[in-house]
Ligand binder design. Structure first.
Ligand code: HEM
Length: 383
């Protein structure tokens, strides 16, 4: 019988998970199975992929739904997309995208909604530019992400099948476009993916589409939520904004990690127990679904003193923002670059802004905010 209902977490899911972690740190529900809410339990699970398998579905999920040697082979393909050199070379493109979006934000005094005007288009355009796709595909990806989150939230099976088929069509069209290009055309990351081999054979379209689906979740789900969380926090905290504007890049990165610890942009990841396993005082049965609840883990008072306070002097080792173990986020370097550049661009062009009304929080499976309205002001009346 369920000990909580993940569909009934109220307007502020993060606070609900905080309370649940203290009451029931390994909590059973029909929809999520066994949810893990404590930092220590999740860390142990992340480092024990044999007991906590990532093979949670019969659908192909590359590389997030794979284990062991199969995961390592496909993960190597993904890692080759995110080498430090490739990520660093992308910085000028990202600056261009961030600057054009920030310039287009509304004039001083007019409210603007950050998720639609900045978070979502920034993530979608960054993904398309990184993969070498035309900017128009960004709009199709945004529309897909909205449909996909709605269908997941409403547990609409037919809707989920429809949006999955729609996503396949968008991505296969881009694969075919790259295949059809002349050999003399500039080589993009999509060409690199098409040339990859696993066990001596090229990847199937189904595997390539799945890689891009994982990627799109990282960008349109997590990066776009992260932008909303950062802007909301800085609108509320002009003192931090001023400190970051004057401070070095390292300070901005530490601040981003701490803002995203306080409000997690990613809510859940799944596992499956492969044997009966003791966690806290519970026994999770073999073959049972397990859910990691990142917002609860990242505010666990056993690891973070005064967990709901923004502090820049925390030990970075405790922050599980990008996960741990074999499924550790391969997009971390790109993500740090994207978030650092959008923050720098914003602070340089629009140093003073405030909330225009109460933000609307997103509901699971989305993290962060559904809506953040802000107003720019001139620096002298804004800070
Ligand atoms: C703020 C931004 C991001 C956060 C907080 C984040 C967080 C995470 C976490 C916690 C995991 C581990 C999941 C697990 O253990 O099951 C993960 C995996 C992954 N992330 Fe990210 N991510 C971010 C951005 C990105 C971006 C930008 C990309 C790609 C462009 C990306 C691609 C992936 C992929 C492919 C995996 C699966 C890795 C595997 O299973 O081996 N992420 N991410």
């Amino acid at each position: 019988m369920s000990e909580w209902d993940p569909r009934e977490v109220g307007d502020d899911q993060t606070r609900t998970y905080d309370a649940l972690r203290e009451r029931c740190p390994v909590a059973y529900s029909e929809t999520q199975g066994w949810s893990l809410l404590r930092h220590a339990d999740v860390l142990a699970a992340l480092h024990d992929p044999v007991t906590f398998s990532s093979r949670v579905s019969t659908h192909v999920a590359v590389p997030n739904g794979m284990d062991g040697a199969e995961h390592a082979a496909f993960r190597a393909v993904v890692d080759r997309c995110f080498t430090p050199q490739r990520v660093a070379e992308f910085a000028p493109d990202l600056r261009r995208i961030a600057e054009s979006l920030v310039v287009d934000l509304s004039a001083a005094g007019q409210p603007v909604e950050v998720m639609t005007a900045l978070g979502e288009p920034y993530a979608a355009q960054a993904q398309c530019a990184y993969l070498g796709w035309p900017p128009a595909v960004a709009e199709a990806l945004r529309a897909w992400a909205v449909d996909s989150q709605r269908a997941t939230r409403e547990r609409d099976r037919a809707g989920l099948d429809r949006v999955a088929a729609h996503f396949d069509r968008i991505i296969v069209a881009e694969l075919d476009r790259a295949r059809a290009q002349a050999p003399s055309a500039p080589r993009t990351l999509t060409h690199q993916l098409l040339d990859e081999r696993v066990d001596g054979r090229p990847l199937t379209d189904e595997e390539l589409v799945s890689i891009v689906r994982n990627w799109t979740a990282g960008e349109l789900g997590t990066i776009s939520a992260a932008v909303g969380i950062i802007v909301e926090f800085l609108a509320r905290n002009p003192d931090v904004r001023a400190r970051l504007r004057a401070g070095p890049d390292g300070l901005r990165q530490a601040a981003i990690d701490e803002m995203l610890r306080l409000e997690a942009p990613l809510v859940t990841n799944r596992r499956r127990a492969t044997r009966p396993v003791h966690v806290a005082d519970r026994v999770i049965p073999s073959d049972a679904p397990v859910t990691i609840l990142w917002p609860a883990v990242q505010r666990d008072p056993a690891v973070f003193a005064e967990p709901t306070e923004f502090r820049l002097d925390r030990d970075a080792a405790g922050n599980l923002l990008y996960g741990r173990g074999p499924h550790y986020c391969p997009g971390e370097g790109l993500s740090r670059l994207e978030l650092g550049i959008v923050l720098d661009t914003l602070l340089a062009a629009k140093p003073a802004f405030r909330l225009a009304g109460e933000p609307v929080r997103a509901s699971a499976p989305a993290g962060g905010f559904a809506e953040v309205q802000i107003t720019w002001s001139q620096p002298e009346d804004g800070a």
